[in-house]
Write a new protein. Structure first.
Ligand code: PZK
Length: 287
C-alpha cells in the first residue's frame, strides 16, 4: 500500500508533504503574490509552469551540481524529492544590480561585503556575478548577510562549496536564458546535505518565483526593469493605489490571461518545449 503524504508545511504558494521518511513532495499551486501579498485570484497553470521549469533545470544541471529531484509527477505540478538536511542560508547569485542589492549599494557602496565600483546604475550588469547570502527568516523578510556570517552558520568549507555551486548553476542558466532573449538578473538557491554528506541543490530552482527574469529586448539600465512574468499584475495593482497590505485586490480576467501568457512564454523560451506538450506529458522537460 502506498504511504500517505503527510502535510509538513506551507510556503506562500507551495505545499510540502512527507512521502515516508526520506522523500518529500513539493506541490506548486496557482497562487500568485505581489509586493509580498498573496492575491485572491489564481493564475491558471502557474504552478505547472514553475514545476516544469524547475524540473527542466534540475535535469540539465545534475552533472554540474547534484540535486534533490527524484520524479516529476504526471499532474505537472508536483516534484518528488530526496529529503535533505537543509542549510540555514539562502544563496542568491546576482549578475545585475537589482532589488535589495541595489538599495544596499546605493546606501553603502557594497552588497553583502562585496565592495562594488562607484557609479553603477540600478539594474546594471555586474562585471562578475556575486553570491549574496541571506538568512531564512521564519516570518517576515530574509536578511542579507556577508560570507563570514554565512560561514559561521554552516561552516566555512560548506559555505565555500555552496558559493561555488551557486556560481556554476548561475553561469549555466544565465547563458542558456540569454541565448533565448531572457536575462536572468538574479536567482536564489537553497542547498542541503544528503545522507552521505554531499552538497545537494534543493527547493525550486531558476523559476520566476525564485529569480528575476527580464526581457533582453526591453533591458534599459538606470531604473527598475519590468518583470518578465509579474509586470501586468504589478502595473494593475499600482493603478489601483492599493496600499500593499493584506488582502490584495482581485485581478480582472485580462490581467490573469496576460500574466498566464507571460509565464507560458518564459516556459517555452527556456525549455524549448510547447506548453501544451508539457500538459499532455510533463516528462517532456526531462528529455
Ligand atoms: C524543505 N522547504 C521549503 C516550505 C514548500 C517548500 N529536499 C528537501 N529536504 C528537506 N527539506 C526541504 C527540502 C526541499 N525542497 C524545503 N522546507 C524544507 C518549503 C514550504 C513549502 F513547498
Amino acid at each position: 500500500m502506498p504511504e500517505a503524504a503527510v502535510h509538513l508545511g506551507s510556503g506562500k504558494v507551495r505545499e510540502l508533504y512527507a512521502l515516508g521518511d526520506d522523500r518529500l513532495l513539493l506541490v506548486a499551486s496557482d497562487r500568485i503574490s505581489t509586493f509580498d501579498v498573496i492575491l485572491p485570484t489564481e493564475v491558471p497553470d502557474k504552478g505547472r509552469v514553475l514545476t516544469g521549469l524547475s524540473a527542466f533545470w534540475f535535469a540539465r544541471t545534475r552533472e554540474l551540481v547534484p540535486n534533490h529531484l527524484l520524479a516529476l509527477r504526471d499532474d505537472g505540478r508536483s516534484l518528488e524529492c530526496r529529503r535533505l538536511e537543509m542549510l540555514p542560508i539562502e544563496c542568491v547569485v546576482r549578475g545585475y544590480l537589482a532589488g535589495s542589492a541595489w538599495r544596499d549599494y546605493e546606501r553603502t557602496g557594497a552588497v553583502c561585503g562585496h565592495r562594488l565600483p562607484a557609479g553603477l546604475r540600478e539594474a546594471e550588469r555586474l562585471r562578475q556575478p556575486i553570491v549574496t547570502p541571506a538568512t531564512k527568516a521564519e516570518s517576515g523578510h530574509d536578511e542579507n548577510i556577508d560570507a563570514a556570517a554565512a560561514a559561521a552558520r554552516v561552516g566555512r568549507a560548506r559555505y565555500e562549496q555552496a558559493e561555488a555551486a551557486a556560481l556554476r548553476l548561475y553561469a549555466f542558466a544565465a547563458a542558456h536564458a540569454e541565448a533565448r532573449g531572457i536575462i536572468l538578473a538574479d536567482t536564489k538557491f537553497e542547498f542541503g546535505v544528503d545522507g552521505e554528506g554531499t552538497l545537494t541543490l534543493g527547493d525550486e530552482a531558476l523559476t520566476p518565483d525564485s529569480s528575476r527574469f527580464w526581457e533582453a529586448d526591453a533591458y534599459a539600465p538606470g531604473g527598475p526593469q519590468a518583470s518578465y512574468d509579474k509586470q501586468f499584475v504589478r502595473d494593475y495593482c499600482e493603478s489601483l493605489g492599493w496600499d500593499k497590505t493584506h488582502p490584495g485586490p482581485d485581478l480582472p480576467p485580462a490581467v490573469v490571461t496576460g500574466t498566464r501568457a507571460r509565464y507560458v512564454d518564459a516556459f517555452e523560451l527556456l525549455t524549448g518545449c510547447a506548453f501544451d506538450a508539457y500538459l499532455a506529458d510533463p516528462q517532456v522537460v526531462l528529455r
